[in-house]
Design a protein around this ligand. Structure first.
Ligand code: ADP
Ligand code: MG
Length: 259
């Protein structure tokens, strides 16, 4: 069974989606069979793979409302090792429906199909909140990556995240682990970056990835071309950082088996 890694933190705009997409692609480029699942009602992963509301026939919301089986919403990408389960960019009433559905804590865990057995890694992009989707995903996940954009307020959100993980571990999923905390949009030589990193290292020894994702304007450029930064410019400093992140993850994990 593949390892399920959730990319999550209650803070928005910190690089969750960018990390989910590029981590999934970098794993696939390392010949790991990978499935990326978008569970954010913003539905922003799709654009990176040439999909949008017009050409997505069915999405994960259709699975949650029993209109489609999980298998039928798995899409191919240009990389043969990377498949993708989309979430459409949801309209208000659909988001309300999603919120109602995920009030059942186990619905996502129960929805994920046996197809997960054919992947080494399953990467899940989450919305910027703790309740609902995120709680459901944490119940189903093996581990989590917490992206952190350097700032004082980010540290409060990390504390909220850690407390929530403890609750999930106690109530639902004792095997849930923190894969790591990832500094994103990191600006070298600024007091804010330096202080954020120092506090995290002292407070959470061993949890911060050695790899940091540098701030890199090409990441934003790549979104205008609907491409992950790894495809837009494989040599961009943030692309190299995402490849290093995968090396760091693979060097300490044995690859989860496919059955
Ligand atoms: P989230 O999913 O947490 O809301 P996103 O991944 O959508 O965050 O990133 C928020 C914004 O920051 C996007 O415009 C994205 O292109 C940009 N961004 C993400 N990572 C970087 C980076 N390393 N350097 C510069 N901009 C980035
Ligand atoms: Mg996002």
């Amino acid at each position: 069974m593949g390892k399920i890694i959730a990319i999550t933190t209650p803070k928005g705009g910190v690089g969750k989606t960018t990390t989910a997409v590029n981590l999934a692609l970098a794993l696939a480029q390392n010949k790991k069979r990978t499935l990326l699942i978008d569970l954010d009602p913003a539905g922003q992963c799709a654009a990176s793979f040439g999909y949008d509301n017009e050409n997505i026939k069915a999405d994960i919301l259709d699975v949650l409302r029993f209109r489609n089986s999980f298998k039928t919403v798995i899409l191919k990408t240009d990389d043969e090792n990377l498949d993708f389960v989309p979430m459409k960019n949801l309209e208000y009433l659909e988001e309300v429906q999603l919120t109602k559905l995920v009030s059942q804590d186990l619905i996502i865990k129960d929805t994920l199909g046996p197809e997960l057995f054919s992947y080494n890694y399953i990467i899940i992009d989450c919305p910027p909140s703790l309740a609902g989707v995120t709680t459901n995903v944490l119940i189903a996940a093996d581990s989590i990556i917490i992206p952190i954009k350097a700032s004082r307020y980010s540290l409060n959100e990390v504390d909220r995240m850690i407390k929530h993980i403890e609750v999930i571990k106690t109530k639902f999923n004792e095997k849930l682990k923190i894969e790591g905390m990832l500094l994103t949009m990191y600006e070298m030589n600024t007091k804010v970056s330096f202080k954020t990193k120092k506090i995290l290292v002292e407070k959470f020894p061993g949890l911060l990835f050695n790899t940091v994702i540098p701030k890199n304007v090409e990441v934003q450029e790549s979104t205008f071309y609907n491409k992950p930064i790894l495809t837009y410019n494989p040599n961009a400093k943030s692309s190299i950082a995402y490849k290093n992140l995968v090396d760091e993850i693979l060097s300490r994990n044995s690859t989860p088996e496919i059955f």
